[in-house]
Design a protein around this ligand. Structure first.
Ligand SMILES: C[S@@+](CC[C@H](N)C(=O)[O-])C[C@H]1O[C@@H](n2cnc3c(N)ncnc32)[C@H](O)[C@@H]1O
Length: 413
C-alpha cells in the first residue's frame, strides 16, 4: 500500500528543515530506544521523544509504517461491520496524527476529531501536516495537550475551559460527565501507545478510554511478543468490561494463542524517496508487523441500530455467503453453532493467522475460530472452496466453519 498522496506530500514538505542524513542518525537512536523499550539510563525520563529532531525523525521513519498498521486494523473492522459509520474519533497518544489520516481514509464520514498528546513538538508537527489534508475534519481536528494517564482530569479541565468558550472541542466532550460517560466518541484509538505506559497505568488508561467509547475502541501495538502480550491483556480487560471483540478475533472466548507464540499481522508499505534515504534501505517497501484488538461496546445488532445498513454486504460477506459444502461440513457462510452473527455484522467463522501454505494440490491454513486454533486444508478437489481459498491471505476472514476443538492446533482433515 501507499501513503495517501496528501500525507506523503505533507511529510516531504514539512520535514525539509533537517537533512535526510541527520534524520537517519536521529532515527537510528530513536529506533534503538523503542527497540530496547526503556533502556539503561531511562530512569527519570518521561518520553522516548526527547527533542524536536526526534519528532521529525519519528514522523519520517515510523509514521508510514504505523499508518499501514492502523489502516489495516481499521480495514478489518470495516470488513466485519461494513455499514458502521463513525462520526466522532478520539486518538489518545496521537503523535503526529497518524491515526486520523488512516481513519479518515477508511471512514470518510468522521466529522469531529479530538487528539490527545503530551509532546508539544508532536502536536505542532501534527497540526502542520494536517493543513495539507483535503478532509476538513483532519484540518479542523482538536489537538489537546494532555497526559493520557489522566484522561479524567483532561476532560474536567476541558469542560471547565469551555465555560469561557475558548474551547472548540466537540459539544459531546464539553458536556461529558466522566462518571456517567458512555457515549462520547464513536471510535477511540490508541496506536503504539500502551508500550509507553507503565503497566500500572495501562489498566486505568484502558478503563477510561472504554468509558468514553460509544462504538469501538481499537488498540494497536507492534507485532512483537511483548506488543501482543499487551494486546492480549487489553482484550481480556475489555471483555471483562462487557466489550464485544470485533476484530481480529472471531470470538470473545479466551485467546487460544500458545504462550510461546503471538498473534500478529503484516502490511507492506511502499517507501518514499525520503523514507528510503532515512532508512538507508535498498528495498522500495517495508513490512510492518502489528498486533491489535478492536472491541465494540455493543453487539453487531446494536451497532446496526446505530447506523449500520443491514442490506449492505462487504466483499467478505459476499464471498462467505455464496460458499459451498466441504467434506461433510456446514457450507461456508451458513450459520454454525459457534458463529456470532447479527444484522450489520458479517459472519466471521475464522481468521487466517499466517501466510497460507500453498502445496501441491491443496492449501493449508492456520485459522483462529471460536473453538481455538485449527489447521484447515482445502484441496483442489473441492473446486469452489479452492477457488475462494486462493484469494485468502494472512489476516483474511476464513469463510468456512472452524473445527470447534479446544487446544492449539487441531487437524481437521
Ligand atoms: C510511538 S508514538 C505513537 C504515535 C501515533 N499514535 C502513531 O501510531 O504513530 C507514542 C506517542 O504517545 C505519546 N505519549 C506517550 N505517553 C503519553 C502520555 N502519558 N500522555 C500523552 N501522550 C503520551 C508520545 O508522546 C508519542 O507521541
Amino acid at each position: 500500500m501507499e501513503l495517501p498522496k496528501e500525507l506523503r506530500y505533507a511529510l516531504e514538505s514539512e520535514l525539509t528543515e533537517i537533512s535526510p542524513k541527520r534524520l537517519a542518525q536521529i532515527a537510528s537512536g530513536l529506533s534503538g530506544r523503542y527497540r530496547e523499550n526503556r533502556p539503561a539510563g531511562w530512569a527519570g525520563r518521561k518520553s522516548f521523544i526527547e527533542s524536536r529532531e526526534d519528532v521529525f525523525a519519528y514522523a519520517a521513519f515510523r509514521m508510514p509504517a504505523t499508518f499501514a498498521a492502523v489502516y489495516s486494523a481499521l480495514d478489518q473492522v470495516r470488513e466485519v461491520l461494513p455499514g458502521w459509520k463513525p462520526q466522532t474519533l478520539l486518538d489518545a497518544g496521537a503523535g503526529p496524527g497518524t491515526v486520523i489520516w488512516a481513519a479518515d481514509a477508511i471512514y470518510p464520514d468522521i466529522k469531529a476529531i479530538t487528539l490527545l498528546e503530551r509532546e508539544d513538538g508532536m502536536i505542532e508537527l501534527g497540526k502542520r501536516l494536517a493543513k495539507h489534508a483535503s478532509s476538513t475534519s483532519i484540518r479542523n481536528a482538536d489537538w489537546i495537550s494532555a497526559d493520557i494517564k489522566n484522561i479524567r482530569e483532561v476532560f474536567s479541565r476541558e469542560r471547565a475551559s469551555s465555560v469561557d468558550s475558548s474551547c472548540n472541542i466537540p459539544d459531546k466532550v464539553q458536556s461529558c460527565d466522566f462518571d456517567t460517560a458512555a457515549d462520547v466518541f464513536d471510535l477511540v484509538a490508541a496506536s503504539y501507545v500502551l508500550g509507553e505506559l507503565d503497566e500500572k497505568d495501562r489498566k486505568t488508561f484502558l478503563e477510561n478510554l472504554w468509558k468514553i467509547t460509544s462504538g469501538i475502541l481499537i488498540i494497536i501495538e507492534p507485532g512483537t511478543p511483548a506488543g501482543f502480550l499487551r494486546i492480549k491483556q487489553a482484550r481480556e480487560q475489555l471483555i471483562n468490561e462487557g466489550g464485544v471483540v470485533v476484530a481480529p478475533c472471531p470470538h470473545n472466548a479466551r485467546c487460544p494463542m500458545a504462550e510461546d507464540d503471538w498473534c500478529h499481522f503484516s502490511r507492506r508499505i511502499s517507501r518514499s524517496r525520503l523514507h528510503r534515504q532515512i532508512k538507508a534501505g535498498e528495498l522500495s517497501y517495508e513490512d510492518e508487523k502489528f498486533s491489535f484488538v478492536a472491541v465494540a461496546r455493543k453487539t453487531g445488532e446494536a451497532m446496526h441500530a446505530g447506523g449500520v445498513d443491514p442490506g449492505e454486504a462487504s466483499p467478505a460477506a459476499e464471498r462467505a455467503a455464496d460458499g459451498k459444502d466441504t467434506a461433510g461440513e456446514t457450507p461456508p457462510g451458513s450459520k454454525s453453532e459457534t458463529e456470532e452473527t447479527s444484522p450489520g455484522r458479517v459472519s466471521v467463522p475464522g481468521r487466517v493467522l499466517r501466510h497460507p501454505l500453498i502445496r501441491k494440490g491443496y492449501i493449508e491454513f492456520e485459522v483462529c475460530g471460536p473453538g481455538g486454533i485449527s489447521r484447515k486444508i482445502v484441496t483442489r478437489r473441492d473446486r469452489e472452496m479452492y477457488r475462494k481459498a486462493r484469494d485468502l491471505g494472512w489476516g483474511s476472514i476464513f469463510p468456512g466453519p472452524i473445527c470447534p476443538k479446544q487446544g492449539n492446533i487441531a487437524e481437521t482433515e
